[in-house]
Design a protein around this ligand. Structure first.
Ligand code: F6R
Length: 251
């Protein structure tokens, strides 16, 4: 696992995605939420100013709220269109069907779809303050596949900011790629910023590999990069070592 501590996580993340796309990546895994927004803005800028093209590249989303139609401003299908995919020349964008009458069947169908359009070349990830990735809350099976999950009270509180701070508007259930599904990606790139993520980042990077911190699954992956700003890195005990390794990385 590579840990990159930088004042500009969006540049490092955009370099990873742009490098993969220029190297022939066919499928990107996209996260929603606030963490990857600066990365998406930078990728849009590179598309407009530097000729970065996503032609021939498809994308899969990590998760979706159950009960929100893709037109709802806070549905992840809408979020990713508004904040990224409508602004670049990406191909098809797939997401779980949060409105399906049978969420479990929709989850199975989505897992099969990812297998069909995958493998995902680079999976962008954020991290919840409780260590979740996708919406795999603590205690998620480390080999889980896409399925319906119940959000923890903490995650619903964290996400209420997107719903006018009205907790009652935050859905209780989601369909999320499982930790096993996420791990099928060739490269996992997690971005985290701000002191509020410091504890979760430290648990994911330096704690035990455990379902209690789903993001610790990155320790088990053959290619994982954790890109953090100094505030999110503030609880990493080996921060100096990660800085040293990155400064001396063979280019
Ligand atoms: C979103 C997702 C979540 C978020 C996490 C962090 O698709 O899968 O795991 O990445 O909840 O959210 P933010 O970035 O808003 O702090």
């Amino acid at each position: 696992m590579e840990v990159v501590i930088t004042d500009h996580p969006e540049q490092v993340m955009a370099d990873i995605i742009a490098g993969a796309v220029r190297g022939g990546a066919r499928t990107l895994g996209l996260a929603t939420g606030s963490s990857p927004l600066p990365t998406y803005r930078e990728l849009i800028r590179r598309h407009n100013d530097d000729g970065l093209s996503f032609a021939g590249v498809n994308a899969v989303l990590l998760d979706e709220y159950v009960g929100l139609p893709p037109t709802h401003p806070e549905s992840y299908a809408r979020f990713i269109r508004d904040n990224f995919t409508n602004h670049v020349d990406l191909g098809d964008v797939y997401s779980p069907d949060g409105m399906a009458p049978d969420s479990s069947a929709a989850a199975d169908a989505y897992d099969a779809r990812i297998a069909e359009v995958g493998p995902v070349d680079v999976q962008i990830l954020g991290i919840g303050s409780n260590g979740h990735i996708g919406f795999n809350e603590p205690s998620s099976s480390l080999t889980s596949r896409t399925r319906i999950k119940t959000l923890t009270a903490k995650t619903r509180e964290d996400n209420a900011r997107f719903f006018d701070d009205d907790l009652s508007q935050v859905p209780m259930h989601v369909i999320t790629q499982g930790l096993g599904t996420i791990s099928d990606a060739k490269h996992l790139a997690l971005v985290a910023t701000g002191a509020g993520k410091a504890e979760a980042v430290a648990a994911a990077v330096e704690g035990p590999l455990t379902a209690s911190c789903p993001a610790s699954i990155l320790q088990w992956h053959r290619r994982a990069t954790v890109v953090v700003d100094p505030a999110a890195a503030s609880k990493l005990t080996a921060a100096d070592y990660y800085r040293y390794v990155y400064a001396n990385k063979p280019r």
